[in-house]
Design a protein around this ligand. Structure first.
Ligand code: XLS
Ligand code: NI
Ligand code: NI
Length: 439
């Protein structure tokens, strides 16, 4: 194995290990609810953050130390990064990865040249996948970096831009298919507006739906059976994005007849930017049968940016894994670390520290979630809370077999209803008990 990272493969050393380059909780082969941790968590690494993020911010230059990268956009440099990335995947023991077309290969003067380079890089990605057994969780097209997309990709007021975006999606989809990708994501970073004064919102949303319908058609045409995802985010970079949260995405999909073709790829920091908890977003998607995949990260609570930090909050990971277990586990999706190191964690080894922290946090969340489910107290409480609905009248209301007049008559002759306590603090305590007692 090449040696771009000065570490051995990361191993599980148990909860008392003090080795920063070891897993304390994530024990890949350990069984939880009849499946291994590895199978449940389906971790993915993001090519853009691992290989292409210089760790700059609006006030300062990049700090990341990347001795393997000559800083050029040459094909040789792009191929070199693939070697480095696969060494990382092997050593960190992550099975899946995700990429945008422009992360792995550069944009050239013409579409033909751009695609020729993309094909060369894709061939190496495929070779590396075959040699290591690593897999593509999802691919995507970057429709937000190039200046042509300043006013949107699929929602640009300019037809030529839409056409270019469509070409880029076609190619990214075909490469994803070629690499055996299990999914394909649409994140509309610039599919929104800066001001309604210059925007025909109705037309732009319709155009976005047109592109997605064409993608569905093309998927069938080329025989790609991976899952399509939409990834909601309310703003940043645009002032308002059309796919603002899970509920808005579900409405969009239903409005344009796309529901059966898409699931959601939910990201924690996008949920918080939308004013929701991640658990709310995950629950909303799960109940609609549309929980597909997760971009695992977290934000700083008091900061209105998409800070994309590695997820270390155990309440978050336990809550997310409870929803995933309730769903019966991921199928095509997984936990893709759409997360970056802090600007001050710039050494190559910090990539390992960051992923280890996230993987251990999700492994712990998985164990806590399984323990809570086994205990059953929370689920029983919820069931009991709605018990009055299991009456003859409750069933008739739920079946749509009564009327306001009948309920008026019943309410008139009944005693006033008596509420039971919601016991939130008891439930918080049970959650904490499992966060403390799970090892
Ligand atoms: C940005 C998004 C992006 C998508 C893929 O905020 O999270 O990284 O996951 O385009
Ligand atoms: Ni994301
Ligand atoms: Ni994000």
């Amino acid at each position: 194995m090449a040696q771009y990272f000065p570490t051995n493969p990361i191993a599980f050393e148990g909860p008392d290990s003090t080795n920063p380059l070891a897993f304390k909780v994530y024990d890949a082969g350990a069984p939880v609810e009849g499946r291994t941790m590895k199978d449940h968590l389906r971790f993915g690494a993001a090519y853009w953050h691992c290989m292409r993020n210089p760790l700059s911010d609006p006030f300062g230059a990049g700090t990341a130390i990347t001795p393997w990268d000559d800083g050029s956009d040459s094909l040789g440099n792009a191929l070199k990064r693939v070697e480095v990335f696969f060494e990382f995947l092997e050593k960190i023991d992550i099975d899946y990865y995700c990429f945008h077309d422009r992360d792995v290969s550069p944009e050239r003067a013409t579409i033909q040249e751009t695609w020729a380079d993309f094909d060369r890089v894709a061939a190496l990605l495929k070779e590396k996948q075959q040699a290591t057994g690593k897999k593509l969780l999802w691919g995507t097209a970057c429709l937000f970096t190039h200046p042509r997309y300043a006013q949107g990709g699929a929602t640009s007021p300019e037809l030529g831009v839409f056409t270019y975006a469509a070409a880029q999606v076609k190619k990214a989809l075909e490469v994803t298919h070629e690499l055996g990708g299990e999914g394909y994501t649409f994140w509309g970073g610039r599919e929104g507006y800066s001001t309604l004064l210059n925007t025909d919102m109705k037309r732009e949303r319709e155009h976005l739906a047109c592109l997605l319908h064409m993608a569905v058609d093309h998927k069938k045409k080329i025989g790609f059976t991976g899952q399509f995802y939409i990834e909601p985010k309310p703003q940043e970079p645009t002032t308002h994005q059309y796919d603002s949260d899970a509920a808005a995405c579900l409405n969009f999909l239903r409005e344009f007849g796309l529901m059966e073709h898409f699931k959601l790829n939910l990201e924690t920091n996008h949920a918080t930017l939308a004013g929701h908890t991640m658990i709310h977003e995950v629950r909303t998607a799960r109940e609609a049968g549309a929980l597909g995949s997760i971009d695992a990260n977290q934000g700083t609570a008091n900061c209105g940016w998409d800070t994309d930090e590695f997820p270390t909050d155990l309440y978050l990971t336990a809550g997310v894994m409870l929803e995933v277990l309730e769903m019966g586990g991921f199928t095509t999706g997984g936990l893709n670390f759409d997360a970056k190191r802090r600007r001050d964690s710039f050494e190559p080894l910090d990539l390992f520290h960051a992923h280890i922290a996230g993987m251990d946090a999700f492994a712990h969340g998985l164990k806590v979630a399984a323990a809570i489910r086994k205990d059953g107290r929370i689920a029983e409480f919820v069931k009991a809370r709605y018990a009055s609905w299991n009456s003859e009248l409750g069933e008739r209301i739920e079946a749509g077999k009564t009327s306001l007049s009948e309920l008026h008559a019943i309410a008139t002759k009944s005693e006033p209803p008596v509420l039971k306590s919601g016991r939130q603090e008891v439930l918080d305590g049970i959650l904490n008990q499992y966060l403390r007692n799970t090892h």
